[in-house]
Each structure stands twice: as C-alpha cells, then as structure tokens.
Design a binder for this molecule. Sequence first.
Ligand code: HEM
Length: 423
Amino acid sequence: MADQHADGSGRGSDPTRRSLLGLGAALAGGAGAGLVGYGVGVTRTSPSPAPAAVGSSSGIDGSEAAWATAAEPFHGAHQSGIRTPPQAHATFLALDLDAGSPAAGRDGLTRLLRQWSEDASRLQRGIPALADPQPDLAGPPARLTITLGVGPGALTMAGLADRAPAWLAPLPAFGVDRLEPKWSDGDVVAQVCAEDPIVLAHAVRTLLIDAAGIGRLRWLQRGFRRPAGATSTMRNLMGQVDGTVQPTDAEVDDLVWVGEEGPAWLRGGSSLVLRRIRMDLDTWDQLDPEAKDQVIGRRLSDGSPLTGTKESDAPDLEATAKGLHVIPDFAHVRHARAITPREKILRRPYNYDETPTGSQTADSGLLFAAYQRDPIAQFVAIQRRLDGPDLLNVWTTPVGSAVFAMFPGAPEGSYLGQALVEG
Ligand code: HEM
C-alpha cells in the first residue's frame, strides 16, 4: 500500500496529489527556506547541472530541428544579438537601478553585470543557470542571445558619468513623437532573442530573478518575426517587406561598432536605439494596394522598388513618369535613404501585437531596434528627414524611445561591461 493516501482514500496514485504531498514533505524538511530565499539575494552555489543534450534527442519525440539545437557564442569581440541573424522571438527589458538599496551604485551594477553575464554564457549554451529553478527549460538553446547595455542613468548612479559617450542621452524630440514614459528610457537593458519562446521566457525570468535587490523592471516589450528557418525578408504588420536595405559586411566595422572615437570600455560595442512605433492598421487598410506601395516606394507584393522588379534592385529616385517621380516625393525610402555613407543603421526590428482596446482591431507596431556606431550621426540624421515629409507618419507613431550603450563582447574569462565598472 505504498501509494495509499494519508486520508485513507486510496487515491495515492493521483499524480497531482502525490507531488503536492512530496512538496509538503520537502517544505517540512527545510527546503522551504531555499525557496523563500529565491530572488532576494541568496548566493547561488549549487553545482552546475549537466549541459542540456544539445544536438541529441529531446526525450519526447526523439529529435530536434537544427534551429533548436543551434547555439550562438557568448564570448567574442562583439556581443551576439547585434549582427546575429534575427531569431523569431525577442523580449527587450529595461531596469531602473535601485537608488536606495545597499547594492546601489557601482557595486550593484558590477554584481548585476557579472550575474547576467554568467546567466548568458550558460543559457546560450543550453546549460541551466546556477540554482536554476527550472533547469529543464534551459535547453536546447534555440539560438538564444542575451545582449546587454546601459543607459545614462546607470553611469550616473555608478559614479561613472564622465565615461559616458556624448550621445548617451535621450534622443532630441521629434514632431512625430507621442512618447509614453512606460515605454521609454531605462538604466540597464537586455535584448533577449531566441527561436523558441519557451527558452526565451525562461531566460527573461532568470535575468529578473538575478536582478532582485539591484534593479526593478521599468518596461518589458515582446516582439516576433518570421518563424525559425524562414529565409525571406520579414514582413511587418502593415504587410511590407521590411529590412531589405542593410549595411553590407564591408560597411559594418565603420557603421556599427564603436571605434577609437569612443571611450575605451565601449570600443567594439555599439549603440541601441529602441523605438516603439505604433501602427494604425485600421486606417492603413482603407488604402488601396497601389497607394500602400507609393507610401513606401516599394511594392507590398514582393518588396521591389517602384522603379525595379526585384527586392534587391536599388530604388531609382530620379526616374519620372508623366512629369512626376515614380517613387513619390512623400515616399518613405526617399527620405530614409542614406545621403552620406555614414547615414546608415543596422535595423533589427520586431513586430509587436498586443490586446486592442475600444473599437481598435489591433494594437500593433514595430519594436524598431537600430544599431549604429553613433546614434546622432546616424539614427537621428535619418529620423530628422523622416520627421515631416514621410507620408508613413500618417499611420505610424513613436510611443517609446530609449538609447543604450551596448557593451563590446566579453573575452574568455571576463564579463560584459567589466572594462566599464573595473576600468
Ligand atoms: C513603423 C515604422 C516604420 C516602418 C513600417 C518602416 C518600413 C520600411 C520599409 C517597408 C522599408 C523598405 C524596405 C527596406 O529596405 O527595409 C523601409 C526602409 C528603410 N527604413 Fe523604415 N520603416 C519605419 C520606420 C523607420 C525609422 C524610424 C527609420 C529610421 C529613423 C527607418 C529607416 C529606414 C531605412 C534606413 C530604410 C532603407 C532605405 C533605403 O536605403 O532604401 N524606418 N522602412
């Protein structure tokens, strides 16, 4: 009668009741102290569980897709998650550092960066975090990347404001902005991306557990792109092929990574401008398909410019028909296009789709993530040109905005941001 229930009902084989009994016994035996301690600054000293079985059977259906078992490197000259081909799912989260806590200031920031780097280096390999409460969710890694950076407030609170690059500040105001504090700014950012939303959710929760006592969540924004394995350029929720024109491999060193002009701790890093841009899909869908093509200057059907036939064709801004520009004067690509070789950004946008309110049928838009060496010379220069004549502004509204300095990669044996907080 090993399974006989304590109440004599003979229902001991009920797995739910049995596991609850097991948990009760564990709590009575003292494990409760460890549970209660989670997230309130306990030292994580448990032995490392074995790595997830990357590349082997999941134990459920006996096989994993290649994207599920693929891992992105943590160590290297640059952080993963910037030039990494975008994964299907992303969560961006920003913390406000706790000014009043004993862990405030440089010590707190150092603890956070050490802990988050440890988490990233393990989770990106599909290995559970130290004392991971859900180790089964850590693998396979599904191309997880955790990319970290700091906003101006973190440097001020850590007494390091004199090391901030001149551009590390909120962007200048634009006429199109309708910014809401709940989507803007922040002291520390993590961009967490993965092909598998379960792996992603687990990584995000791990970061939040490890931030306890150091910082509080300011905002969290979730986005998605094409599913893993898709090879065509993604579409945004206005239906457009989005992400065609990007810096070439040869341009990346000049356009994305901070060089000698930046502070020593940031060389090899980048800047992230994250804009939450709401789309008014209900009025957008009142346009006919030709009008939609004209707003961008490219066709919805295949992303080709109105002056070409293939997505890869360069738009011809001079071409005319019946005395008018084929790509209209109000078209988005006309104003977004680089005027100098410097005015290019690496776009890594994600769609968002939240619960509509009132008579809306969608609360959708873009988490417009742009990486560049210098946001003023690059992002701001483009946004200034878009701020007015770009007809796309009729259907799109920036409601959130934040700028972060994104650390260079961590060499073996070091953690992200070490050169800032220890340098
Ligand atoms: C919801 C807002 C936006 C939407 C829906 C949107 C959509 C698009 C689309 C469909 C294209 C053409 C295909 C491509 O090259 O990817 C494009 C191009 C581009 N967009 Fe946007 N965009 C938005 C906001 C922005 C913002 C805020 C910026 C920068 C400040 C920007 C910069 C660019 C650039 C640089 C290009 C490439 C232009 C070229 O060289 O041809 N976009 N955008």
